[in-house]
Write a protein of this length. Structure first.
Lengths: 326, 326, 326
């Protein structure tokens, strides 16, 4: 995968993957090396991919992957160049194989590499407060400020003219130029993604990052989780108020305004010039168009087309909502 | 009470209690000692209890307590072995007497006993970050990690293989084995429990603890308050997403999954295998059964039986909700 | 303005203001000094004010200001003593002029003036935890406690008998006597106020403060933003539970009780003896009367008169809500 931070521990022989999954399969070329795991679309030859739903059959037909974790009923959706590996639970198996390639992306332990900023090369370059800690693999641009007690953990790139306030924890994150992050935010931790298994759930890797584009402002107390297979993105000049939760893989467009205590569930995509009122919630895997306005307190459970104003729970056309609730 | 952390300052003579409450009562055995205060059910002989509502008359009839704070209309619900003490406001009087026995449980001042972890016996045992503080009466099992700036205040027991992230404050809490607590959580502070009194409210003691069972994960920014008269419990292998608020006395079962920004009000009981969507709220003193699914954004104001899927505000059967809101 | 914290950099010549706004206006007395910018009502002679809506025409007629930023259609609402300055966007121009007078109130950079409390005059007076930082222009009364890692930034006045917990950041705030602020709060930062401009929004100054009256309790994780042109106020003996967001200019009365995760949007006014259930949200610029009860999870989008109980989204009379939702 194209993530710059998590090291791919591969390649692994396909026989190692088969053993890992306890599969009773006989394969000709057991010693073939597999370079990476990825989704159907972005896989290359000598990669492994996964197919768990007919929804993806059109993409499946064109995958370049050499192997695919799937189930019996989906075999025929794959091209001849892709050898199916039949498993009981495609997503659990995918989690296991991803963990093999990217073991560092499963658990979010605190960064033991951090040093006091006074003991780093940033001492002269950055305007910083007390007790600031900086991890390995961090770069910081010109004219930046970092407030008290903030921890920039490993794998963070910060552009020019950025302000990072106090008490923040940031990891696995790209911050472009002229971004303000206020206080008490947690940015870049893994998302709430795991397979529920009785007595002991199974976490899957989060290989994505958080990307915060130019001129954004992130309010106090935000939690912005990094993506699992893709990135979490906050578009240019988008402003977030306090206590907002942005789940993994969410992508927010440009020039959007999101008021306090809003929550956006995993993998939803929000357009440009969108306004979201306080405490509104957006379910996962939705597409919210451009120039949409969502009233405060709304609960959005369906896609919303461009240029629409909605309100209510479930959110519907704002005129209808106000008419029905005089 | 069975709380391991808050010291019972008793016994006190019943005459001391009568004086504390400014009661004009004449009692034969003024010098009798009272060992403890507790609810009707768990009281022992030579304890004092309280009865403020007819709802509890069945339990009242069987109480073993020697004395009971109550009102005139409820006298006849008590057994002869239990002497009623008539007061104007049962709950306020109960708060005052509880405060006499457990003065340390009213206010949650920061723990002055904390030391830098480097100056404690945990230096060699725990894998820890910078600026970690540890209070008195703390025990930590094998193979644990504690992140930067985290404060383990007094009265905390942590089991084996636990991960406590950065910027957390934990007190009055039992953490079993293999638990992950991410960043920025406040666990074990007193609940939002007090008697509203004009110009100056009266806080009552919180003698319970927080108990987090094996294999749980607690997301970033959680607030989990300890119980007042009983404990707040998170059951085995239950996972909480970010920015969740769990009020005092709440009990959550096993294998449950609670998404971001959910709030559960005081004393509600949640079953096993429950799924709660993001931003849902559950009112106080409710019983949510096993295998219940609550849609994101729902407002639950009534009990929910086992094996039910609900959504909406107020939450109702999910099919009905979606049918009514096409 | 009457704010005690933000220094007025004026006076400025009216010609400097005209140049700042790129106005092509010819004015007789170019060298006249302008002392301050303020709203129509509180402006004095030789101040500049602004008028952007007919709503304010009654106040406009009586303004004492020497100049007023406004548009052509509103010129006739001003008295002859007040010279109109015609601009394209009144609020944007107001922001620019306010920024000229009060440049320190636009951005909330971390306070570089802070020192370890051990190195300040408060060392002997305050009971404090580890890593406490105190900024310039701070005063603290008698018998106060401040917990670990808390930062009292510049421009804070704390009265007697106050308890400030751990991990808090407080700035530009007046705390009266006997107030408790628990852990992890951010109090006094600027509000979420700016003019949306494509590619780069324009923040306007927040010259107000936060005022927390006697006997209040603020729960964990609160964000209370300071006002823009007026103050944000929490009235006497009002208690806030955890994870509450109070936006700029909000005023809450006395003896009110606000449960967990409530959000109150900008400039709303809440009366005395108000009870707000968990997760309720109140839109901006509303007036909630005295003795109002708002059910948990409600979304309030209209004013509520005194002595009313409401529930629902949008919130309406509670009896009607429960009847319609049996």
């Amino acid at each position: 995968m194209s993530n710059p931070f998590f090291k791919n521990k591969g390649p692994f022989k396909i026989s190692e993957i088969i053993n890992l999954l306890n599969l009773k399969i006989d394969i000709k070329n057991k010693d073939q090396y597999i370079n990476d795991i990825n989704d159907l679309l972005t896989c290359e030859k000598e990669d492994i991919t996964f197919l768990h739903s007919k929804k993806y059959k059109d993409i499946a037909k064109k995958t370049k992957a050499s192997f695919c974790l799937t189930t019996k009923s989906l075999i025929n959706e794959l091209p001849k160049s892709c050898i199916p590996l039949l498993v009981d639970n495609v997503l659990v198996s995918t989690a296991k194989v991803s963990s093999l390639f990217y073991p560092d992306s499963i658990n979010d332990y605190f960064d033991v590499s951090v040093k006091k900023i006074n003991d780093t090369k940033f001492k002269a370059k950055v305007n910083f407060g007390q007790n600031v800690l900086i991890g390995s693999n961090v770069s910081i641009g010109n004219n930046c400020k970092i407030g008290h007690n903030t921890i920039i953990e490993k794998n963070v790139v910060i552009g020019d003219d950025c302000y990072i306030g106090s008490n923040n924890i940031i990891r696995n994150t790209f911050v472009k130029n002229n971004v303000k992050i206020l206080d008490n935010c947690i940015i870049g931790k893994h998302g709430f993604g795991f397979f529920p298994i009785k007595n002991k759930n199974l976490r899957y890797p989060h290989i994505g990052i958080v990307l915060i584009e130019d001129n954004c402002e992130i309010g106090c107390g935000a939690t912005i989780d990094r993506g699992s297979m893709s990135n979490t993105i906050i578009g240019k000049n988008t402003y977030l108020d306090n206590q907002i939760h942005i789940a993994h893989n969410v992508k927010i467009g440009e020039n959007s305004i999101i008021a306090g205590q809003v929550g956006i569930a995993g993998s939803s995509i929000i357009g440009n010039n969108v306004k979201i009122g306080g405490q509104a919630g957006i379910s996962g895997h939705l597409k919210i168009g451009n120039n949409v306005e969502i009233g405060g307190g709304s609960g959005v459970i369906r896609d919303i087309p461009d240029n629409t104003k909605v309100m209510g729970y479930p959110a519907k056309n704002i005129r209808g909502f106000l008419r029905d609730n005089k």
